[in-house]
Design a protein around this ligand. Structure first.
Ligand SMILES: [Fe+2]
Ligand SMILES: [Fe+2]
Length: 305
C-alpha cells in the first residue's frame, strides 16, 4: 500500500509557515460561542445579565484553550513523536515518519499559540482561569481502553486508533466558532488557522491507520477492535464538562441556593448513540481507514452505524 506524503502542502499551507500572530481585539464581541455553553441559556443566568454571561464564556474559553494544550502536547504528540522517531511498534515508511514530525511541529505550535492567547486574555481582562484543569476526556478514555489489552503491540495500536479518531473529530468544534456572528475576530481567526492544519492531520491519521490495519494480523485486529467500543463510550462522556460546569457555578458570586438550582439544571451530554454530533466524523474515519470492513469489529460498533 502506497503512502502519499503531504510535505508539499505542509510547506505551502502550514500555519506555522504562513500565519501572523493573532492579537485579541478590545471590542464588545464575545470570547466563546454561547451555543457551546448551555449554562448561558439557563433562565437564572439569562436574568442575571450580560456580565455574568461574559464571565462564564471567558472561563469556558480558558478551559477550551487548556484542553487544546493538553490534547496537542500530551495526547497527539505522544503518539506522533513515537511514530516520527521510529519508536512505534510498527515500522512505517520514511514518508510517514517525516509527516508525523510535521504533525508534532504543528501541534506544538497550536499549543504555543493557545498559551499566547491565554496570556493576552489574562492581561486584557485582568481575570485568570478560576482553576487549573489537567485532564480531558482522552486522558481517561485512552488508558481505560488500553488497560483492557495485555499486549504492548495491541496497546500501541489502540492508542494510534484513538488519536486518529480524536484528530478526525476536532474539526467539529471549530465550526461552532465560525458560524457565530458574535465572536471576536481574533478568536475566529485562531480557530480557522487551527482548522487549516487539522484537515491535513485528519487525512494523515486516517491513511496511516489504513496501512496499519491492513497489515497487522487477524488476531491483532480482533484484539484491538474489541476495545474500540469502550474507548468511544469513555471518549464521548460528558463527565469532565459536568465537573467543570459545577466548579464554575460554585465560584460565581451568587447565593448558595441559586448555585444549587443552577447545578441541578446543568444538562447531561448527548446520549452516546449514532445520533451523537461527533458520530458523523467517527463513522467517516472508521470507513476510510478500512476498520469498519472488519466484520467482528463492525459488529461491535453496529449501534453507531
Ligand atoms: Fe492541533
Ligand atoms: Fe492535529
Amino acid at each position: 500500500m502506497l503512502y502519499q506524503t503531504h510535505i508539499d502542502s505542509w510547506e505551502q499551507k502550514a500555519t506555522i509557515r504562513t500565519r501572523p500572530r493573532r492579537i485579541i481585539e478590545d471590542d464588545e464581541l464575545s470570547y466563546y460561542p454561547k451555543e457551546r455553553q448551555p449554562l448561558c441559556f439557563d433562565p437564572i443566568i439569562e436574568k442575571l445579565g450580560q456580565s455574568i454571561q461574559d464571565e462564564i464564556l471567558l472561563q469556558s474559553l480558558y478551559k477550551y484553550i487548556k484542553d487544546i494544550i493538553i490534547f496537542e502536547t500530551e495526547i497527539v504528540n505522544k503518539t506522533a513523536s513515537k511514530i516520527a522517531k521510529g519508536h512505534f511498534p510498527y515500522d512505517f515508511p520514511f514518508e510517514v515518519k517525516h509527516d508525523a514530525m510535521s504533525v508534532v511541529i504543528d501541534e506544538d505550535y497550536h499549543a504555543f499559540v493557545a498559551m499566547d492567547f491565554q496570556n493576552q486574555l489574562e492581561l486584557q481582562t485582568g481575570i485568570k482561569p478560576f482553576k487549573e484543569f489537567n485532564e480531558i476526556e482522552l486522558s481517561r478514555a485512552i488508558p481505560r481502553a488500553i488497560d483492557l489489552l495485555d499486549n504492548t503491540f495491541h496497546k500501541a495500536g489502540m492508542e494510534l486508533i484513538a488519536v486518529a479518531i480524536s484528530e478526525n473529530t476536532v474539526t467539529n468544534d471549530v465550526a461552532a466558532f465560525s458560524r457565530d456572528p458574535n465572536i471576536k475576530r481574533s478568536v475566529k481567526g485562531i480557530m480557522s488557522d487551527h482548522l487549516t492544519d487539522e484537515g491535513r492531520h485528519a487525512k494523515f491519521w486516517s491513511e496511516i491507520c489504513k496501512i496499519y490495519w491492513a497489515n497487522i494480523s487477524e488476531d491483532s485486529r480482533q484484539a484491538i477492535g474489541s476495545v474500540i467500543p469502550t474507548f468511544l463510550e469513555e471518549y464521548l462522556t460528558n463527565d469532565i464538562q459536568k465537573e467543570f460546569d459545577t466548579a464554575l457555578i460554585n465560584q460565581l458570586a451568587l447565593p448558595s441556593i441559586v448555585k444549587k438550582k443552577l447545578i441541578e439544571n446543568t444538562v447531561d451530554g448527548y446520549p452516546i448513540t449514532s445520533q451523537h454530533p461527533m458520530m458523523v466524523n467517527i463513522r467517516r474515519f472508521l470507513v476510510s481507514s478500512g476498520i469498519s470492513e472488519h466484520a467482528p469489529t463492525r459488529n461491535l460498533l453496529e449501534q453507531y452505524f
